[in-house]
Design a protein around this ligand. Sequence first.
Ligand code: GLC
Length: 428
Amino acid sequence: MNLNNPKLYHRALIGSLLLGGSALAAQNTLAAEIAIACGPGDASDYCPIAAQAWAEKTGNTVQVVSTPNSATEKLSLYQQLLGSQSSDIDVMLIDIVWPGMLDDHLVDLAEHLPEDATDGFFPALVDNNTVEGRLVAMPWFTDAGLLYYRKDLLEKYGHEVPETWQQLTETATEIQAAEREAGNDDFWGFSFQGRAYEGLTCNALEWVASHGGGTIVDDQGEVTIDNPRAAAALDLAASWVGTISPEGALNHTEEETRGIFQSGNALFLRNWPYVWALANGEGSEVAAKIGMAPLPHGPEGESKATLGGWNLAVSRYSEHPELAADLVAFITSREQQKAHAIQMGMNPTIEALYQDEEVLASNPSMSELYETLTNGVPRPATVTGDSYARVSNAFFNRTHQVLSGDLDGASAVQQLGRELERLGRRGW
Ligand code: GLC
């Protein structure tokens, strides 16, 4: 199936859902079938494993529906399903920036789960998922942008891990040239996610915020993007395309960039924590040759990691909200989060797991990540609520034009400023 064609994908998904539904009707058993929309269903996807464990424990069945990799495509699929009040999906994996957009279609989990259900979870994540007093999702794992680097190559050429974007640019330029000279024509200095989608919003927010250029819209709802530091950050990123980063970066999401790094063809990679276990795993060309560090910063800023993460929610149109909420509680339980952290290096949303010896032994960087996660920069989703997708789309589209050389940083932030002012004029 072509995951890059959302229309085809949607049709195929609905096809598989209808099949699942009729099979269930034919079975006519008492136990229910719960359909859960998870990740892409690849090696890094623990959701099907956890869902299956719940099915075995409770005697119900689960239908795991895989969804597109790109957060933007996943969102449009959910919006179509929820907009048509479809009962085909009971449980869905939702991005940290979606509660304010999808809340009308989601069940208040507090009505189905025990009172202490959120005890021990990071309060900021529980707050993020609570919209007008309703708990619309349980936090499953948390994310923050990181810099991955080739330890072996920095040592070989006598360079430190860069602390500023300027240093990253210089080191990447030098080592890329030397590696190409040594015969690897496919070698790049820096791989990042530059496709026009939510992932670019995450990357560009890090560039802008780490230049001291703010967070697009501030906590009070004021549009702040039209400033010279933000413009400089975007111009610097544009200078990477075709020099230290491939032209193809303009169409890369997380997985393409992981592929480049993992096959030994990039010095630096911006990505999320999930890459660590895979890049050190079997079949990776760079296993044991890599390190992880905070992202660089601009001349006047400090390092900023965009906060990401995924949550589990129950559709308001589910015919089995009670069971669906039980599945959510199971997957987000301490035991399952611990397994997820140990097996796949995912970052728990339960604070105490960051002190768990087995978790720390499986991933030594987990304690460092704790710092990065707790200092991460949120996208302006809470303050812009329903309008967040439009804000993010405007930001990633303008940024993409700058990366493509169609617009300079100053014009881009000026246009964006006007666009966003218009959007937010009557309050977000
Ligand atoms: C990661 C983050 C998510 C973000 C997405 C963008 O999956 O966890 O919050 O929206 O990347 O690609």
